[in-house]
Design a binder for this molecule. Structure first.
Ligand SMILES: O=P(O)(O)OC[C@H]1O[C@H](O)[C@H](O)[C@@H](O)[C@@H]1O
Length: 548
């Protein structure tokens, strides 16, 4: 049965009507009315506890959001994804990152191929390679073991590996050095390799397409760097491996496809951290801990696939996002991990969420008449509190936040962890309940200053809690956001799995590259671009103005 446009689904109209009733209610009242609210509005799965009670919702809101999910065929959409249907319509592809973490004894046949068997074949080759590097059995061109791993990739071929490495650093082999080069700005490559000994350095060139200009540029510079230091082009064989879906281009670049780890077009770049793109992560952690990471992903997948909506963490988080964005008017969502190892998690989430749901047409190409993906951003706590939280507490915008805390630190030191975690709870409290003018006056504050100190409260947050940051928990956490994004995209009726919006800039840049070197004044762009190009030529010292 076709799904009507969002605004024509009965639950949408009911939610809009419900919102007019609810908008004057304060979280202070909602908590006062229900002593159990903080316990009731929570859910737990795969080691993660979600407290969503500080959202501006009642039981009725939740019922209507579940109706909306039903009328949006969320469950059917989810089952289609897990079955390998081509739900990425604009690219006519399956969306099967969930197959990347299915256990060895599972099977999933898509177009006559058991994709789980394929996945485990690659995982086994990755494990073999990771073990060789970790034990020193893989020798470089001059016979010395590899000690430095440099991942070259961008977007999903960088953010997943760098986020996972930083997040799980506690579990990594400290004798190995890991670096991540993504930006085409040469500084990234130069600084990452400055202190490395080429004899002991291996480059993992990660690119789904193996056609990304930044990555190929960095990989070419890496090859030059290696050959210049080892004096022999044959050195590439022992110092370069590739992760890609495109064997032909890997071979063209000069990497033996025996040293290539494959994946498939049904893995989107931003969903690829647990594919062969995670090779650097597996080398850092070892195959066993990488298996734990996959197990965490899978546990959350199974939860998403089977749990009823009212206990389903990703569905709840996704639906609450739709509520906050489309009914409360939130434009952005902050994600604040109170765990230093998760410092790159917000950057990782930015690609996952914004490349997925930054869309303005529905699956059939109709322009939407509602808001889709919000801006995601964030910083690890408590740093943000001493900077931008001011605007969260007293600014004019509604910015829901996800606060992520842990029961135990991986680096226990005196009372740091209690201090850290008290802030998770205190921030959620302050955002929700604020401080009234009466309370401030009662403290003896002068009436002219009192308005400046009022904290309106009624600002939504989720708190996520886990015992401690492990590979398994990280897997569950990433999968939670992946499926929340899926839930949002399904309600909005958009293709969460393409990314056409990044293409135009790439094409325009390719046209401009040859113009930057030349002195030919005939530029046929708009007057702004033409002027900027001429100015750039002059600045780089070879330009129009000085005639060099
Ligand atoms: O892995 P690659 O093919 O090199 O792609 C790297 C990245 O670039 C593209 O432009 C996309 O926007 C990303 O989704 C992708 O992760």
């Amino acid at each position: 049965m076709p799904i009507p446009p969002l605004r024509e689904r009965p639950a949408y109209a009911a939610l809009a009507e419900h919102h007019t009733q609810l908008q004057h209610r304060h979280l202070r009242d909602l908590f006062a009315e229900d002593a159990q609210r903080g316990e009731r509005l929570s859910a737990e799965a795969a080691g993660l506890y979600l407290d969503y009670s500080k959202n501006r919702v009642t039981d009725q809101t939740l019922r209507l959001l579940f109706d909306l999910a039903e009328q949006s065929q969320l469950q059917q959409g989810r089952d289609m994804m897990f079955a390998g249907d081509r739900i990425n319509v604009s690219e006519n592809r399956s969306v099967l990152h969930v197959a990347l973490r299915m256990p060895r004894d599972a099977s999933l046949t898509v177009d006559g191929v058991d994709v789980v068997a394929q996945v485990h074949e690659v995982l086994d080759r990755m494990a073999d390679f990771a073990n060789k590097i970790r034990t020193g059995a893989w020798l470089g061109h001059t016979g010395r073991p590899i000690r430095n791993i440099v991942n070259i990739g961008i977007g999903g071929s960088d953010l997943g590996p760098v986020m996972a490495y930083e997040a799980l650093r506690h579990y990594t082999d400290r004798d190995l050095t890991f670096r991540f080069v993504s930006n085409v700005d040469a500084t990234d490559f130069v600084e990452a390799t400055r202190d490395l000994d080429a004899e002991q350095t291996l480059f993992i060139v990660s690119s789904k397409t193996f056609g990304t200009l930044e990555t190929l540029t960095n990989a070419t510079s890496a090859r030059d760097w290696l050959i210049a230091r080892l004096g022999d082009p044959a050195a590439v064989a022992k110092h370069f491996v590739a992760v890609s879906t495109n064997a032909e281009r890997v071979a063209q670049f000069g990497i033996d496809t025996a040293n290539m780890f494959g994946f498939w077009d049904w893995v989107g770049g931003r969903y690829s951290v647990d594919s062969a793109i995670g090779l650097s992560t597996m080398v850092a952690l070892g195959p066993e801990q990488f298996g734990e990471l996959l197990a965490g992903f899978h546990a959350m997948d199974e939860h998403f696939r089977t749990a009823p909506l009212d206990r389903n963490l990703p569905a709840l988080m996704g639906l609450l996002t739709v509520w906050n964005v489309d009914f409360l008017g939130a434009q952005s969502i902050g994600v604040m991990p109170y765990e230093q190892y998760l410092k790159r998690f917000p950057a990782y989430l930015q690609q996952l969420t914004m490349e997925s749901n930054g869309k303005h047409v529905t699956l059939d190409g109709t322009t939407v008449d509602y808001q889709t993906g919000p801006v995601y951003w964030g910083e690890p706590g408590t740093n943000g509190q001493h900077s931008f939280y001011q605007l969260l507490h007293q600014g004019t915008r509604l910015i829901p936040v996800d606060l992520i805390g842990f029961g135990r630190s991986l680096n226990p030191l005196r009372d740091h962890h209690d201090i850290l975690t008290s802030n998770v709870f205190a921030q959620a409290q302050a955002l929700a309940f604020g401080k009234t003018e009466q309370e401030i006056l009662a403290e003896g504050t002068s009436p002219d200053v009192a308005p400046h100190r009022v904290m309106q409260g009624n600002r939504p947050s989720n708190v996520l809690l886990a015992e401690t940051l492990t590979p398994r928990i990280l897997g569950a956490l990433v999968a939670l956001y992946e499926h929340s994004v899926f839930t949002q995209g399904t309600i909005w009726g958009i293709d969460s799995f393409d990314q056409w919006g990044v293409e135009l800039g790439k094409v325009l840049a390719v046209a401009i590259i040859p113009e930057l070197g030349g002195t030919e004044p005939a530029l046929n762009h708009d007057s702004s671009t033409n002027t900027l190009i001429r100015r750039y030529r002059a600045l780089k010292g070879g330009g129009d103005h000085d005639g060099h």
